[in-house]
Write a protein that binds this ligand. Structure first.
Ligand code: FES
Ligand code: FES
Length: 223
């Protein structure tokens, strides 16, 4: 799970904090960089100071669409998605990078949207749960979550689907252990994990290796 905002790509790839931390803690670094590089780095770091604290224009590419928002630089990606973009699928639960309910994909990598500043997500492809289904058709994973009853309250479900979508894109036939590892950063307070594991494996055309004791709605169709 990638959640470090300072790893973001784009115009803020070298943050003032990163630059000053590196520069300030290593005399060897300064010598190696050379005077020109140091000057360039400081200029870039100082330029970042001009962002905010008032609202600035931030352009985000969300679900294939570019949109510009007027927001303060301190605003998180999750806040912008929910409050400004009207995309409320990513949920705010802990708001401190521990539960995964806010997970979105940034360049196909699952990221806690509550722990990334929106301004740092500029230039990246952001996918939310609203952008996963195509033309109103659920993906195999989404359908399997429904069929296998992979949720109870459903609050964690969007984040689960996002992280497992990323897994299946990279590894279409994951082992059960890989599925478990993939959602290690996503908490489900209702205890729906066995059904979520089963749904993910079913979506990849596999059966659970261990006995998960889950009921498929397909197996027990109501007359
Ligand atoms: S709301 Fe972002 S990790 Fe919990
Ligand atoms: S289904 Fe309720 S928190 Fe996961």
């Amino acid at each position: 799970m990638k959640s470090n905002p300072h790893d973001a790509t784009g115009p803020h790839a070298v943050s003032r904090r990163t630059f000053l931390k590196t520069f300030g803690t290593s005399a060897v670094t300064a010598a190696t960089l050379g005077a020109n590089n140091v000057a360039r780095g400081l200029a870039q770091a100082n330029a970042e100071r001009s962002q905010g604290p008032g609202a600035v224009g931030v352009t985000l590419r969300v679900n294939g669409e570019s949109r510009t928002f007027s927001i303060e630089p301190r605003v998180t990606l999750l806040e912008v998605l929910r409050a400004n973009a009207g995309l409320t699928g990513a949920k705010e639960a802990c708001d401190r990078g521990t539960c995964g309910a806010c997970t979105v994909l940034v360049n196909d990598t699952p990221v806690y949207a509550c722990s990334l500043l929106a301004i740092e997500a500029q230039g990246a492809d952001i996918t939310t749960i609203e952008g996963v289904a195509r033309d109103g058709k659920l993906t195999a994973l989404q359908q399997a979550m429904v069929d296998r009853d992979g949720l109870q309250c459903g609050y964690c479900s969007p984040g689960m689907v996002m992280v497992l979508t990323a897994l299946l894109r990279k590894n279409p036939h994951p082992s059960e252990a890989q599925v478990r590892r993939a959602i290690a950063g996503n908490l489900c307070r209702c205890g729906s994990y066995p059904r979520i594991f089963a749904a993910t494996l079913a979506a990849s055309g596999q059966k659970p290796v261990t006995k998960l004791n889950v009921i498929s709605l397909h197996d027990h169709a109501v007359a």
